[in-house]
Write a protein that binds this ligand. Structure first.
Ligand SMILES: C[C@@]1(CC(=O)O)C2=NC(=C\c3[nH]c(c(CCC(=O)O)c3CC(=O)O)Cc3[nH]c(c(CC(=O)O)c3CCC(=O)O)/C=C3\N/C(=C\2)[C@@H](CCC(=O)O)[C@]3(C)CC(=O)O)/[C@H]1CCC(=O)O
Ligand SMILES: NC(=O)c1ccc[n+]([C@@H]2O[C@H](COP(=O)([O-])OP(=O)(O)OC[C@H]3O[C@@H](n4cnc5c(N)ncnc54)[C@H](O)[C@@H]3O)[C@@H](O)[C@H]2O)c1
Length: 213
């Protein structure tokens, strides 16, 4: 069985080269755009959406077939054409320049595979079946999306602020851990789900007040 090591990559302003401009390429591009990657699509033809993104300057579009050397300055590469032969050329080029490559038609050659993700601001849940069933991956994403709502975005905003405050103001690591555990176990998320934002804020403030006193 193939095993993959999960990480969260920083792609902001890093060049990601997508070879091919069909539906699958479009999906990879949209996901990369969410995280601020600098994207170059190389393909004789692209979908309407990719065309539109190129017109907006959201992506760079190089309108021609793939050529060896195209991956020289890439951070990540995607072999996303409908031709096995072209995808293999992309693979060879990626190896030549030591660029990590995703192959949309050959999981066994992938340096990395693209997971589904539930995106709630700072909370990201990545899902993979190690390539066994992308259909199940998608299904699980939809299930998790209904469980994890936007309340996590607000909650994590507060947790981050609280954490940086405690890192400066509470020198005891054991005590900080205890406080984080308490906040997580309080019904803050439930209140946020019910849109009772002030009430949720209030119970965190009370806990911190006790801490200060
Ligand atoms: C998660 C997601 C991310 C994304 O693409 O953004 C993604 N595939 C998604 C959807 C999807 N892909 C396919 C279907 C049709 C149903 C089905 O086949 O199950 C559906 C569902 C649909 O479209 O409804 C067909 C398919 N997929 C691969 C092959 C090639 C092969 O297996 O050989 C074939 C053609 C097989 C054939 O020839 O028939 C390969 C890969 N697809 C992966 C990711 C990687 C493994 C992820 C994992 O570990 O689970 C991996 C290995 C490489 C990669 O692409 O990174 C995205 C869901 C986004 C969402 O959440 O909605
Ligand atoms: N990984 C996945 O998530 C996934 C999902 C579904 C299908 N697939 C696989 O993906 C392939 C089909 O993908 P699609 O639906 O996006 O295909 P598509 O037919 O919509 O698009 C193919 C693209 O490749 C481009 N292309 C062809 N030759 C090229 C070259 N020499 N240089 C650069 N670009 C070139 C075309 O211009 C076109 O834009 C199938 O082989 C299937 O096995 C993968």
């Amino acid at each position: 069985m193939e095993r993959y090591y999960p990480v969260f990559l920083r792609v902001q302003d890093r060049l990601c080269v997508v070879v091919g401009g069909g539906n699958v390429a479009e999906r990879k591009v949209k996901s990369l755009l969410q995280d601020g990657a600098s994207i170059r699509v190389i393909s004789p033809q692209v979908t309407d959406t990719l065309q539109h993104l190129a017109k907006n300057n959201s992506i760079e579009f190089v309108q021609r077939p793939f050529q060896c050397g195209d991956l020289a300055d890439a951070f990540l590469a995607y072999a996303a054409t409908n031709s096995k032969q072209v995808n293999e050329q992309v693979y060879e080029d990626a190896k030549r320049y030591s660029v990590l490559v995703n192959m949309i038609d050959a999981p066994e050659l992938c340096d990395f595979i693209v997971p589904s993700r539930v995106d709630r601001g700072r909370l990201q849940i990545a899902i993979s079946t190690s390539g066994a069933s992308p259909a199940l991956t998608k299904h699980l994403r939809q299930e998790l999306e209904s469980y994890f709502g936007d309340e996590y975005d607000i909650f994590l905003d507060w947790m981050q602020q609280l954490r940086s405050w405690l890192l400066h103001n509470e020198p005891l690591e054991q005590r900080r851990r205890e406080l984080f555990r308490q906040v997580i176990e309080m019904p803050v998320l439930q209140l946020l789900r019910e849109k009772k934002i002030e009430e949720a804020k209030h119970i965190i403030h009370e806990l911190i007040q006790q801490e200060i006193l």
